[in-house]
Design a protein. Structure first.
Length: 505
């Protein structure tokens, strides 16, 4: 059945533009058994709205719904985007933005999915297939100049409804070591979105990398929250989260209450992000813009940082866009240092999806009272953390004044403006031939070679009037052929220590 003539504008989501197709109807199975299939084809032109909804009139007695889709991929001129189309589904509770109807999303990673009370394809939530109007949602991410021809096939299987299993979510704490520095990776993907690894494989990789905690952050779905049964333990805390993947950037919802879903169907122009940032915090999570200068389509962060609790400045192996993210983040620290205003801590995560992408490269090392969800999130929120490329590198960074007072990473040393302060970095596992840099609100004011053998203590003296804050970086040697003043790839970096009385300018 061809629905091209039935397209009509809709404000159903209350945010980003949408189209709604004509409703697909099914006849109730007379004997309560068997299956019924409908196929819908159509075409979307360039400039289509972000979301296209296909209503399904689901009768009583459906045991399982199966959806398959496909679309054409015509060749396009160099520099022109081809076709890319995502898919998901909402149930009879509706498609209202932030509503209760969400039942799953697989982006462009899968061509079909199944939902029943007993089980669902990864990315989707098991539960009854209730009678009413469901909506398949297509997300035409990019559309070729010739348009996007799509086909959606919906199959209903009738029969007795099964029982939905109660989800088993990860516990809120692990054994830990009391107050200590804990290493974690809070940006990870599995088969529940576009990752190639299973949760078991990610958990094994995290243990192999020496991590103490991880956060599951699938794209636009909470289905992975209940996928870790038997994989946590005294040595590994599993936090639940989501990578909210909008058309104007991605944001990590780190450590939200298990089962929490955060909607993604809006752009910066819709003025909706603040509402969902608040929902993340209401679920006791952190709002963390991810890879804000990544080069993939829709990855650049366009919502600003007023609603953020931290920012991911280092994503995966160190690249030029991480360099830009760090520079942008550093530019925000001056106001916090001079005026005592709130500041955004920096985080680093692997964003690992598949073999060849290393879990724990990089990792965030956080000072927490114990290995528990509340303590880890409190440490990250306070900026009591630093970033490392692996467990092979370790450091301690402090600032001390002449009266014996000291401050650690993320804290403030309230020394007088002209009082001498010593920044002290103790390091082990530093790369051979690399550089240690101390950076302030004026930029780099001190640099030296990494110590012989990779271990040692480096000190630098300053005053609060000269440096509003100081932070440390450990860099590899620059690649051959780099400009003489170019820093090498990052090996480790700290959040700042602020110097001077709060509010001094």
């Amino acid at each position: 059945m061809d629905r091209r003539a039935l397209l009509k504008m809709s404000a159903a989501t209350g945010a980003a533009g949408a189209l709604t197709l004509g409703t697909v109807t099914f006849a109730h199975a007379a004997d309560g058994r068997g299956e019924e299939t409908r196929k819908v084809t159509g075409e979307l032109p360039p400039g289509s709205p972000d979301f296209v909804y296909l209503p399904l009139d689901i009768p009583h007695g459906v045991r399982e719904i199966h959806v398959a889709y496909g679309y054409d991929r015509p060749s396009v001129p160099a520099g022109t985007q081809g076709n890319a189309c995502d898919i998901g589904i909402f149930d009879e509770r509706g498609i209202e933005l932030g509503g209760r109807g969400f039942r799953g999303w697989s982006g462009g990673f899968r061509t079909e999915f199944t939902i029943s009370a007993e089980q669902a394809t990864p990315g989707y939530l098991p539960g009854p297939v209730g009678a009413g109007t469901w909506h398949v949602v297509l997300g035409p991410y990019t559309v070729a100049p010739a348009g996007l021809h799509y086909e959606v096939t919906i199959t209903l299987r009738y029969g007795a409804r099964g029982r939905t299993p109660r989800p088993e979510y990860p516990p809120q704490r692990a054994k830990g070591r009391g107050r200590a520095w804990y290493r974690g990776d809070s940006h990870l993907h599995t088969v529940h979105s576009d990752g190639r690894r299973t949760p078991a494989e990610v958990a094994a990789a995290a243990r192999g990398a020496g991590l103490d905690f991880i956060t599951t952050t699938e794209h636009n779905t909470s289905s992975g929250h209940a996928a870790w049964a038997g994989l946590w333990g005294d040595d590994l805390l599993v936090l639940t989260g989501e990578e909210v993947t909008t058309r104007n950037g991605h944001v990590l919802a780190i450590g939200v209450d298990p089962g929490t879903f955060i909607d993604w169907r809006y752009r910066a122009r819709d003025n909706a992000f603040g509402r969902f940032a608040r929902k993340i915090r209401q679920a006791d999570g952190l709002v963390v813009p991810a890879h804000p200068h990544a080069t993939c389509i829709g990855c650049n962060w366009k919502f600003g940082f007023n609603e953020a609790d931290a920012v991911e400045v280092w994503n995966g192996p160190f690249t030029p866009d991480d360099e830009v993210s760090i520079a942008e983040w550093d530019n925000t620290l001056g106001a916090a240092g001079r005026g005592g205003k709130p500041w955004l801590p920096a985080l680093g995560n692997s964003d690992a999806h598949r073999d060849g992408q290393t879990v724990g490269l990089p990792q965030t090392v956080v000072l927490a009272d114990d290995l528990s969800r509340p303590a880890i999130l409190a440490g990250l929120r306070a900026g009591h953390s630093w970033i490392a490329e692996s467990t092979g590198i370790d450091l301690t960074f402090t600032a001390l004044d002449g009266r014996g007072r000291h401050a650690g990473i993320g804290d403030r040393l309230a020394a007088a403006r002209n009082e001498p302060v010593t920044a002290r970095l103790e390091i082990s596992g530093a790369p051979t031939g690399g550089t240690v840099r101390f950076l302030t609100d004026q930029g780099q004011l001190f640099a030296t070679a990494t110590p012989a053998g990779g271990s040692g203590v480096i000190e630098w003296r300053t005053t609060p009037s000269y440096a509003a804050y100081v932070r440390a970086e450990i860099r590899h040697a620059p690649p051959a052929g780099s400009p003489t003043d170019a820093p090498g790839p990052m090996a480790a970096m700290t959040n700042p220590i602020f110097l001077g009385a709060r509010g001094e300018g």
